[in-house]
Design a protein. Structure first.
Ligand code: 3DU
Length: 206
């Protein structure tokens, strides 16, 4: 679940209510900026936390951000791959036992402008640099399949399900390991029922 709910109390309530239907919580800037980085630690007491900071910087800054996130309880950190091999390697090294996931092609329409044109290249670079997985778009399942051909057994986490129009089972069928769902769960009137619905949809194709 992508937990972009900016009210900390509500975010924790949703997280608790869906915890048995999800594999991890992805936390992004909206919740960290409104409620502080201690949310990483609080949520990590419930389940695995993936820090979606889309880190894109020089190696030293990447290292400082990844180390900080992991020390607060993150199990994984998402970084951009366009920064090149030195920054990607710095992320992998700083993560230690935690996982680094690299963005390939972004799921929104603008993702086609630049990221799509270099997605395969970035996937190959990520493999070389030792990342544990990739972010690829559920809004374009055929692109998940393209990335899968390059990365072997590494993980693919796929955002764009629900609010952005993608379907979790289509993403899984195309080669995704996990679907990322945000607003369609935390913004729903009944987040627990919504999470169960996505879990059922995924199980139907496993
Ligand atoms: O659209 P949703 O509400 O299900 O949220 C999707 C989340 O995944 C959100 O945190 C967004 O920042 C992140 N994400 C994408 O949507 C697309 C990407 O290519 C990468 C990350």
């Amino acid at each position: 679940m992508a937990l972009d709910e900016t009210n900390g109390e509500k975010a924790l309530k949703v997280a608790e209510s869906v915890s048995d239907y999800i594999d991890a919580i992805k936390i992004n800037w909206p919740l960290v900026l409104s409620e502080g980085p201690q949310m990483i630690t609080r949520l990590s007491e419930l389940t695995d936390v993936i820090c979606d900071f889309k880190v894109a910087d020089i190696p030293n800054t990447v290292k400082l951000i990844v180390e900080n996130a992991v020390s607060r309880g993150a199990s994984a950190v998402i970084v951009h791959a366009f920064t090149g091999d030195d920054s990607l390697k710095a992320a992998v090294e700083a993560a230690g036992d935690a996982e680094i996931f690299a963005v390939t092609e972004m799921s929104h329409p603008g993702g086609k402008m630049f990221t799509a044109k270099h997605a395969e290249e970035m996937a190959r670079l990520g493999v070389e640099c030792g990342v544990k997985g990739f972010i690829a778009p559920a809004t374009r399942p055929e692109r998940i399949a393209d990335i899968r051909k390059i990365i072997g057994d590494l993980k693919i986490l796929s955002p764009g399900v629900g609010a952005q129009g993608g379907k979790a089972s289509d993403a899984i069928n195309a080669g995704a390991t996990y679907a990322i769902v945000g607003r369609a769960i935390y913004g729903s009137d009944d987040p627990r029922a919504a999470a169960k619905g996505f879990a059922d949809d995924i199980r139907s194709v496993l």
